[in-house]
Design a protein around this ligand. Sequence first.
Ligand SMILES: [Zn+2]
Length: 278
Amino acid sequence: MVLFKREKITPAVSRIRSTPDVCMYLVEGNERAALIDTGNGVGDLKGYVEELLMGKPYDVIVTHGHVDHASGADQFDRVYMSELDYELSLSHCTVEHRKSSFSYWREMFPGTMPEFEEEDFIPVRTRPYLPLSDGQEFDLGGITLRMIHTPGHTQGIMVVLDVEERIAFFGDACGVQVLMLAQETTTIEMYQKSLKRLRSFADQYDRVLRNHGTCESPCSVLDDNIEVCEKILTGTDDAVPASFEDVKCIRAMETDPKSRKRVDGKEGNILYLPEKIR
Ligand SMILES: [Zn+2]
């Protein structure tokens, strides 16, 4: 069973695709490396990464505490994540939650993911993470990774900036379908403030990478989502009734049912709960 597949993005950055529709990033400097996110916690990600790194020391950065980003964290010793997401990760990354989210996927997209044995599941990490905060830097030797705290999708979520290569790893923080659907999300009003702050770094990157779907967006996705927030706040979005994994919600901007892209051609979009706007 092949669970991990590497795609070279730049000489230093690799995307590691996993199942279902999730990826991690491996950034290699001259002296150290960093794994950004740990996926769904099925299979031996650590073994796969260490084979690629051939002995180079590395740290693990978990952008936020969700099931498809933090579930593989227990395999690794040095794992950084914002303290604001510690508790969330404990409840979100349980093996039970993974199994139920996998069965949802198998139902929605038959044949796209394998069945797993019990021993394929990495247990949820209950030992401590190392703290991760805004402005924190990782010097990998020739490559610097800088954290930009961007609360919205979760309270502790980080955008990671690869300073020298001018790449911003937006992850789930800002994309084509930002999920603002749960207890751990901020209001749309606060999220818009976060995005406006993120825009103050816009002159420091030329490329935006994400962890799902196409895994990349034009830089305009940020301005699109700031505009979508404004539309939600002023009640001028398309407000299409939608659902995500059985959660009834609102899709801010209308999408084409086949391509799932915005009908007006713009990139950013948000799924939200009407009671969490302000
Ligand atoms: Zn997430």
